[in-house]
Design a protein. Sequence first.
Length: 276
Amino acid sequence: MDLRIAEKRKEASKKPGLGLLTGCQSKMIYFPRAYGASDISNWKREPGTKVIDYQTSDGKQSAFLLSQSAKPERLWIVCGGNGTVALDWSDWLRQHGQKQDAWLLVDMPGYGACEGEPSPWSIQRSLKTVIPTVTGSLGWSAAESHERLRFFGHSLGDGVCLIAAQEFDIRKGVLLAPFTSSMDMSREVLGVPLGFLLWHRFDNEARLQEIDARGDGRVFIFHGRRDEVIPVKMSRQMAAELPSTVHFTEVPTARHNTIQEVAIPEIMRALEQAGR
């Protein structure tokens, strides 16, 4: 969920009724972006890179594996916010991610080089295919994968990461600027919740509650106090509800799309702690 949601808030206030909003909610939630003609080929020339091509019922999909180690200790599922593509995070991870770990950069269907349309269901299908493909290529058993998988997301990508956490019982990771749920976000954007009319449901709060219930979870959340897209109160709420699992850092000067640059040392430290 990037800065364009702020613009959508103004647009939504001018709509004649909720019926029209439910009909175009996909366009209000997702802002797909494709890669340029040479983006992937240029990335493949960098050391430690591999394109993971796979197929789901939504069509051809591509994810990107970044690993500076031949035998990585952990595999992080990485997904950025709306209006971004997976490779936007490559340079940041190369500079600030742990060298002993591998990073699986995923795009939602309809984004990057992936066919199909984005939705919670198509995202789930994609993750259920690509993650076992990569862990299998690393030679990890299911039990090893459970111990070695982590997640790292931003904004809408937090929802993607927590779908992966639910599917593969991943209990440790780092989230930047998460929302509680798409239902709560609809209330923020429109002034009223859409209720059963909301088709595209992401419930990060429920996913974190599941991690907390399983025990042994460590999720580090960072949220900018000046976030103009997703209210910082949402992260405060999740941290207050789940103090044994959620470790919350409020970054006073950070906005929605600057938090990964404003809080680099703190995020790096959280990635290290979540990786243990």
